[in-house]
Design a protein around this ligand. Structure first.
Ligand SMILES: *Cc1c(COP(=O)(O)O)cnc(C)c1O
Length: 415
């Protein structure tokens, strides 16, 4: 019996992608080993973060980096850093931003559920631009003049969310913001892989970039990181670390914590609730190293391909024409056609309530399709997954009474 079974909980087969609500993906064995080794000893977290900062800097081309407990926490810390900079009094005051520049400018079409994380630090979102493309009213995106025109002495930062394709190009926003000496925070949470993206947004002038560690990087679920300008990352550390005794008593001088430039250290900041365990920091660093070295980048793509083909082959026995392999090679998807939204919803429920439970993505439900994301499926889960989807296809049309209608079809989200 495993740790979950001991609690009477059956682990599920996650074929829906790196979803937080499903615990992300199972981790590679070397990341798990590193996390348990980390758990068996104790270290000074400030020293560990300072070393991580150098490693992230090297991987991203940024001046500094910082490990967080996810990209959402990274966004809150980034907003806090842009609002407070290295002002200890302001760090102590958050989320009360009275008398501080606290406005964060954001393209209206970039608004999303995760921008709550920016507001959590006391940031006030100022929407600019029009969602013309989203509603088909025109082809113009956010323009540089709109960003510049919104910047005032109340502006703390400009926020930018990476979409595929980038819209508008990030450099338009960074150039406009920098003309007015305002930093740009980039939400690139789900933009790894490809590996080039580690450096791409920094190279385009981003001042702080937030990434998830528990998505395509395949690090611990509760990890993420920031990279960016040194002074802002120092502020992130001041807003985050636990300083309940005089740092000079315990910790050697660190570039990450500029004690000599400060009148003293802040008390627990807005980020104290987002603490990052040594286990997450070490697991994340091992995952980052693997990702950067790409030892298995091409191998992993091949592995996903084999896995996708194997699952598709098994499902399609007796169901020819019902499915196709789609998505980019590094993140293949299998689209299973159930003809209409109701049948797809019914199959979704059947899978989710099966034994073991199988969770697929519902993002094409309105088109009558269920999507299997291969990247989060373990090899040993491929067969039970394929068998369950095969059964759902066979059961199509023979719905249990009262089953239909209570899973609302959702619209396919933009990436
Ligand atoms: C997933 C995601 C986040 C949050 O990332 P976590 O690492 O789960 O905190 C933030 N922004 C976007 C766009 C995301 O896709």
């Amino acid at each position: 019996m495993g740790v979950y079974e001991d609690l009477g909980i059956t682990p599920l087969i996650n074929a829906a992608g790196f979803k937080t609500r499903l615990g992300g993906a199972a981790l590679p064995a070397d990341v798990i080993d590193a996390m348990s080794a980390a758990a068996g000893a104790t270290v000074d977290i400030a020293v560990l973060q300072a070393r991580a900062s150098e490693i992230i800097a090297r991987a991203t081309g940024a001046e500094a980096g910082y490990v967080t407990c996810g990209a959402a926490a990274a966004l809150t810390l980034a907003a806090a850093a842009c609002i407070t900079r290295l002002d200890v009094k302001k760090i102590d005051a958050l989320p009360d931003t009275h008398g501080m520049p606290n406005e964060i400018i954001i393209y209206r079409a970039h608004r999303n559920s995760y921008d709550h994380a920016l507001r959590a630090a006391g940031g006030k979102l100022i929407e600019v631009g029009l969602n013309d493309r989203g509603v088909g009213a025109g082809v113009r995106s956010l323009e540089a003049w709109e960003v510049e025109a919104a910047i005032t002495d109340r502006t703390a930062a400009v926020a930018y969310v990476v979409t595929t394709p980038e819209d508008p190009p990030l450099s338009i926003v960074t150039e406009a913001a920098h003309r007015r000496a305002v930093p740009v925070i980039v939400d690139a949470a789900a933009q790894l892989p490809p590996r080039e993206n580690l450096r791409r947004f920094i190279a385009q002038g981003a001042d702080l970039v937030a990434f998830s560690g528990g998505k395509g990087l395949r690090g611990p679920q509760a990890s993420g990181f920031l990279c960016g300008r040194k002074e802002l990352v120092q502020s992130v550390a001041l807003n985050h670390l636990d300083f309940d005794i005089d740092l000079k008593l315990t910790t050697p001088p660190l570039d990450l914590i500029p004690v000599d430039r400060l009148p003293g250290l802040p008390h627990h900041g807005i980020g104290r609730g987002f603490k990052v365990g040594k286990e997450e920091i070490i697991g994340f660093l091992v995952a980052l190293k693997k990702f950067v070295e790409g030892a298995d980048g091409a191998d992993e793509t091949k592995r996903f391909r084999r896995l996708a083909e194997g699952i598709a082959r098994d499902v399609s026995r007796g169901h020819t024409g019902d499915l196709e392999i789609a998505g980019p090679p590094e993140a293949p998807e299998i689209h299973v056609d159930f003809q209409d939204a109701e049948s797809a919803a019914s199959a979704y429920r059947l899978l989710a309530q099966g034994n073991p439970p199988v969770i697929v993505s519902e993002e094409l439900l309105t088109q009558g399709k269920l999507v299997i994301f291969v990247a989060t499926v373990r090899e040993d889960q491929a067969q039970p997954l394929a068998a369950a989807v095969g059964r759902a296809l066979s059961a199509r049309g023979s719905r249990a009474p009262g089953e239909e209608g209570d899973l609302r079809p959702v619209r396919k989200s933009t990436p």
